[in-house]
Design a protein around this ligand. Sequence first.
Ligand code: ADP
Length: 498
Amino acid sequence: MKLENKPNSICVMVVDDEQDIRDGSERILTRIGFRVLKASRGDEALTILEKEKVSIVLLDLKMPGMDGMEVLRHIRERDEAILVIVITGYATVETATEAMKLGAYDFISKPFVPDQLRIVVNRAWEKICLTQEAEKLEEEKRRTLSDLGTEKSRIHTIIEQLPNGMLVTNSKGQVVLMNPAVMQLLDLDSGLKVGKQIEDYVVDEGLCKLVMEISQGKHVDFDDIPDYEFNQSDDKYLLAKGQPVLGEKKECLGAVISVVDISAIKVLDQLKSEFVAKVSHELRSPLSTIHEQLALVIREMVGEVSEHDQHILARAREKTQGLISLIGDLLDLSRIEEGLICQEPKSVRLEDLLEDIVDFLKTRTDGKGQSITLELPNDPLPDLIADPLALETIFGNLITNAINYTQDGGTIKVEIDMAGINVRVKVSDNGFGIADKYLDKIFERFYRVKDDKTRYITGTGLGLPIVKGLVDSMGGFISVESTPGKGSVFTVLLPIKA
Ligand code: ADP
């Protein structure tokens, strides 16, 4: 503490009937930065105190009229914060002790030298500074506590009022917080208390498992935690999204799960899927017949029609082929949406399945002068429990896209490894790439990027929606990173037990 930096407002009052003491003290104390007021009598001192803000009082005990003890009593009654230093003669040390008992802060004996006065007043000033500092800290602490209290109750109110369900678990998977919305969505009794395991509140086994995994910090890649759709009852569909809660050292403290009701969207989606499935089904047989008949006409009329007409017929046949594959894709999508496609999960060795697909597509890469490689991990992967047909569709589509949207002579790479509890497959190419603004859109139905490079590549725009539908239905996750002109990487994460 820098004592020489005293503000001038720090005022010392010297109360003594001896003028020498008053003037001498004034000289010494003014020189070290205090403002000094003087009083020769007790009642004069009390009058000054009524008008001035005095911090320290140097008080002679032996004065004519009102004596020092009396003045001290008055000061103590008026203002506890004023520090009183009593000035005593040798003979009055006992009185000084009594004064200390009455609340004087210190004493100095007459006669004193300047240094003694400086030391004793500076000590009092130091005490004032420390007291002020302590009061400031105490005030800050009070404010912080009250801020925290307000913040806590504000967050609590927000969570209570949220229209979305909100459930929080600790790292053992015990529920520590639920808002009324989640209790209503999960059909829980409103009086139910928190504190038990997640299974005591949630019936769906898949969701319980996911919540436990997130709570225990099993998801290494937090962005890749899948959304979870489940049926609460026959006509109530819910969507849960989970995120881990991390502590200061990035350790997992539990999970926050938000739950929304998606029943209305589901009903609409179902109606639309049924409509699409019906229309596609109705169109497929007549279209196939037209396609076959066109083929027949082309075969029978070779040489009889002009080259121009032959070209027209061939184009018509290409178009009907395009329509037939579009209808095939639409029917596949409908089946995925109805949950019919992943019906036969078995134990699958993903390395073998990918090897077969790569082998099968090699003729196409050879035709385009492209190289395709499959990189397997050093240690064998655990088998996947999944529908092999669905897996073929997923990776067949991704690798075919990589071939289609990469220039002749390009490179395609398929890699497999483990990421936490998931198998990770990356399909990368050094082809045309996809601009950032299209990255979300390519998973929408019928969306195709149309630029100079892709315009003439035939496709339905349904491949990636089918892939995403299948990956989602297996509880997996798909993401894409791409740089136009450099290439794309599609990453699929699939839980070992789909
Ligand atoms: P389709 O291939 O039938 O057009 P998809 O749904 O499989 O439909 O793909 C949608 C769009 O995403 C494609 O039209 C293409 O523009 C883009 N795309 C998909 N894969 C890649 C890739 N590996 N590289 C560049 N663009 C791609």
